[in-house]
Design a protein around this ligand. Structure first.
Ligand SMILES: Cc1ncc(COP(=O)(O)O)c(C=O)c1O
Length: 433
């Protein structure tokens, strides 16, 4: 197509999007009208190609449109698309069995939902049915979805206020670990920030479980092993269940199938979403222990939970991750990227923290006192990267973490391209201040 025709197509998509689509949110340069997506690249209607370091919002674990995932999807589409929750299909059972096989030993069965927030809600429901307790503990900077049943568990007021009303006080918030800004840093971590947590939890007998991400994706924080060890000991002492929200950290993202493995955690429930079907249909699951799943009654829906096509895609995706050693690649590329960004020795780069391919680059205006770089400047850097064809997001409690979660298939060459653009963005935006 000519440039003129591309422009017409882009305008046609964007003007109708504005007229007919309710967007959850959008920032500068967004929405990008995507017309093609392969591997780590997406192409917009203008014909511009971007390196998608967000994996289509953290779902395309093996890259966009992986041929084997697509083939499995098409094959399943010709057999069975969807059956009632009263019935079953081979792809559903195959995926359930595989998920149990790759997950920690503490979880034994799979409940199928249609989205991450919904899966977390069902996890809460399971604990409530078992314990009869209404409340949960969650982390100050945690994120668990935006539907009304889980919104209260989110740490950020920015999200909670989208409810439009005051939410019921059913979530007791615990301090989030923040090794970069914490007095007890890195390997030396004594998890002192958890002092007093046992008392907080013990003071509320209505708490049935702790709900937490093993590492915070939207929150941009990665706890130390000592922090998780201590919290896990506290909750076991108090007889609380542990729900690990692995909607972003699961399915190989952190260099192991589940981040629980890094911390030697044996959760009672793991929620998984996003990458679980590589973006085919909408799939999320609750992996639960025999104890919690025994006697659980969900009601009659979710209608499309365990959609046969999404499950076939999910199974193909896990097979691809295994065959192409992409979980190992996630680990190696996370390490490669961390070291390459640190080598930039840029005066605005305060911390580079990656857990496999989940993490970010925390920007500060002063390395010594760690003052967060102003949000406006961070936004200008993100825009500069966008112009250079790099798609990322921004996260962290101070909105100063450049967040990258590329497909697990990303290569060193692709990451090098990003680093060249990052270097230019930092120096050009600094020069403009
Ligand atoms: C950790 C975590 N939990 C839950 C959710 C909600 O998932 P969904 O957007 O599919 O409802 C998200 C989404 O970003 C998430 O990151």
């Amino acid at each position: 197509m000519t440039t003129e025709e591309n422009k017409k197509t882009a305008t046609h998509i964007l003007s109708r999007d504005e007229q007919f689509v309710i967007r959850p949110w959008s920032g500068s340069g967004e929405p990008v009208p995507v017309v093609d997506a392969k591997g780590c690249n997406i192409t917009d209607a203008h014909g511009k190609t971007f390196l998608d370091l967000t994996s289509g919002y953290f779902v395309n674990q093996a890259g966009h449109c992986h041929p084997k995932v697509i083939a499995a999807t098409v094959e399943q589409l010709n057999k069975v698309v969807q059956v009632s929750g009263r019935h079953t299909t081979a792809s559903v059972v195959d995926l359930a069995e595989k998920l149990v096989e790759i997950s920690p030993d503490s979880v034994h069965k799979v409940f199928f939902a249609t989205g991450g927030s919904e899966a977390v809600e069902f996890a809460l429901k399971m604990v409530r049915q078992k314990t009869g307790k209404s409340d949960f503990a969650s982390l100050e900077n945690g994120f668990h979805g935006l539907t009304l049943g889980v919104l209260g568990a989110c740490g950020s007021e920015k999200y909670r206020k989208t409810a439009g009303i005051d939410l019921p006080e059913q979530f007791t918030r615990l301090p989030s670990p923040y090794p970069y800004r914490c007095a007890c840093d890195g390997d030396e971590c004594t998890a002192r920030c958890l002092d007093g947590v046992e008392e907080i939890l013990a003071a509320n007998p209505n708490i049935g479980a702790i709900l937490a991400e093993p590492a915070q994706a939207a929150g941009g924080l990665i706890p130390s092993k000592a922090w998780w060890k201590r919290l896990d000991e506290i909750r076991k002492k108090l007889g609380l269940y542990l729900i690990l929200d692995e909607i972003q950290t699961g399915i190989g993202r952190t260099g192991t199938w589940f981040a629980a493995e890094h911390y030697d955690l044996q959760p009672d429930i793991i929620t998984v979403g996003k990458g679980v079907s590589g973006g085919v249909g909408s799939l999320a699951v609750v992996l639960a222990s025999n104890e919690l799943s025994c006697g659980f009654y969900a009601g009659t829906t979710p209608t499309n939970g365990g959609n046969a096509v999404s499950c076939a895609a999910g199974l193909a995706l896990i097979n691809v991750l295994e065959e192409e050693k992409l979980v190992e690649n996630a680990r190696a590329m996370g390490e490669y990227f961390t070291s390459a960004v640190r080598k930039l020795k840029d005066s605005w780069i305060g911390d580079v923290r990656f857990f496999g391919l989940l993490g970010g680059v925390e920007l500060v205006s002063d390395i010594e006192n760690k003052s967060p770089l102003a949000k406006g400047i961070v936004g200008a850097i993100k825009d500069h990267l966008y112009q250079a064809g790099m798609l990322i997001t921004v996260s962290g409690p101070h909105g100063n973490v450049l967040r990258l979660q590329p497909p697990l298939s990303v290569t060193a060459e692709e990451l090098d391209r990003f680093i060249v653009c990052l270097k230019a963005a930092l120096s050009e935006i600094r020069a403009a201040q």
